[in-house]
Design a protein around this ligand. Structure first.
Ligand code: SDX
Length: 429
């Protein structure tokens, strides 16, 4: 597309800068030459107005609540696809034909087991270790078993990408399940090369002598949960993966950093915080009214609400809200937390404080209710988010690695510290 020119005026001077146009009509002022031309940098703490890359993986229109992966709407994918198929789409850019889908599925199915010596790594963690600390370190140490994929040589690491992608998507489940079993003092359960989420639930909940039986459609609900988390543009953890990848680091190191970035309560940790918030409201006998008031007085934050990009309903939250209801119906659970969540949502969507700030439910608002219903403990919720986001992290790493012009990410700053001063020896201080 023709790039109309932009220009900015600084003092008495005009500086012409090119404009970059996206395929969905987004426009960016290309400021890559601004400092050389004007001596100015841009300043945008939190990057709310800054594009860090050009990417063809995921498109979000926050004003309209649109989410698409490689052009396919999340609604269509949720209705017709699976987590593994969506993972393929996110990573490789096209929906796979039957043969490719079978090959990708089998590659994942066959790579679930981890090297036996990794069992000893788990013994080194204290029982109370947070599962996200375990996951991040285990993903990085997993790379030590595949030196051919962790050369930090772009071409060599890319040459092994297909195998590394299948291996990470497969083994992240195994590591998650082993983390859970370790925390509970349970023996590890070997994979049986089942379907993706059935395999995970087996490794989580089977006993050595009694195999887990999915009586409530948990595998199907979990598949939808994981698919809805597959990628989400340049969020905090994906941007971290790209930052680490930009320095030439291998995929294991990059996704390990992504797990650490996801951990915080403002990001992936919100799904745990939502359940804790709902349980506190329930325990206090509040029907949500008092909590809404507290949030409006800034004495509390309505976790699972608000989003940097969505200024409309997060389409994933809408789908997860319906899934939560059907999972609870199937199981026959009448979870008071779902009633409280729906009351909070109704109240917030009618309240000027939330409306004026465009605060709507996000992906984390209902997801915890689903995970809790299928037996995943709260401390594992953000690990589940990481399992779902693995394809998106791999796709973004691949986009950086394949871009021969990609440069190391190294933002500038505005220095606000002391100006030059003389050193004073300690005797004179
Ligand atoms: C995820 O980026 C992604 O794509 C992330 C994600 C993905 O898939 O990767 O979608 C996953 O991380 C979803 C978000 C999960 N986090 C939460 O649910 C935590 C609760 N939400 C907030 O902390 C907050 O909304 C953020 C962090 C999500 C967004 O923060 P912003 O964009 O920095 O917004 P802000 O803090 O500047 O808030 C703007 C205003 C403020 O009020 P004023 O000071 O202007 O009066 O809205 C208020 C905030 O106080 N506000 C909230 C609120 N979120 C914002 N008030 C009450 N409850 C909230 N949840």
């Amino acid at each position: 597309m023709d790039e109309p020119n932009g220009s900015i005026r600084l003092g008495s001077e005009n500086f012409d800068l090119p404009v970059i146009l996206g395929t969905e009509g987004e426009r960016a002022l290309d400021t890559r030459t601004l400092r050389a031309k004007s001596g100015f940098i841009t300043y945008d703490e939190g990057y709310g107005n800054t594009g860090s890359c050009q990417s063809s993986i995921t498109f979000i229109n926050g004003e309209e609540g649109i989410l698409r992966h490689r052009g396919y709407s999340i609604e269509d994918l949720a209705a017709g696809s699976s987590f593994v198929e969506t993972a393929y789409l996110v990573i490789y850019g096209e929906l796979p034909g039957k043969e490719r889908l079978h090959g990708f599925t089998e590659a994942i199915r066959s790579k679930a087991a981890v090297h036996a010596s990794m069992n000893h790594h788990f013994e080194g963690f204290p029982i109370g270790a947070h599962p996200m600390a375990v996951l991040s370190s285990m993903l990085n140490s997993l790379g030590a078993y595949y030196p051919q994929m962790t050369t930090n040589n772009r071409e060599q690491d890319l040459a092994h990408l297909d195998e590394t992608a299948a291996l990470l998507i497969s083994k992240v489940r195994t590591i998650a399940a082993m983390t859970y079993r370790m925390q509970k003092g349970l023996p590890f359960v070997f994979p049986l090369e089942k379907e993706y989420t059935e395999e995970f639930l087996h490794m989580m909940f089977s006993k050595p002598h009694i195999e887990y039986v999915d009586e409530c459609g948990a595998a199907k609900a979990l598949d939808l949960f994981l698919m809805l988390h597959a990628d989400h543009e340049q969020n905090c953890s994906t941007s971290t993966v790209r930052m680490v990848a930009s320095g030439g680091a291998n995929l294991f190191a990059s996704v390990s950093a992504g797990v650490s970035a996801l951990w915080g309560p403002s990001h992936g940790g919100a799904n745990m915080a939502v359940i804790q918030m709902l349980e506190e409201i329930h325990a206090s006998g509040d029907d949500g009214t008092r909590f809404i008031e507290a949030a409006k007085n800034r004495e509390a934050r309505l976790m699972g609400f608000g989003h940097r990009v969505y200024k409309n309903y997060d389409p994933r939250a809408r789908i997860l809200g319906k899934s939560a209801e059907s999972v609870l119906d199937r199981i026959g659970i009448d979870d008071p937390l779902l009633d409280i969540a729906k009351r909070l949502e109704r109240a917030a969507l009618e309240d000027e404080f939330f409306i004026s700030r465009n605060l709507y439910p996000n992906v984390d608002f209902y997801s915890g209710i689903i995970l809790k219903a299928i037996g995943i403990p709260v401390e594992m919720f953000t690990v589940m988010f990481a399992i779902g986001r693995m394809p998106g992290w791999i796709a973004n790493w691949k986009e950086i690695a394949e871009n021969t012009k990609s440069r190391i990410h190294r933002p500038r700053q505005i220095y606000t510290g002391h100006t030059l001063r003389d050193y004073v020896p300690v005797e004179k201080r």
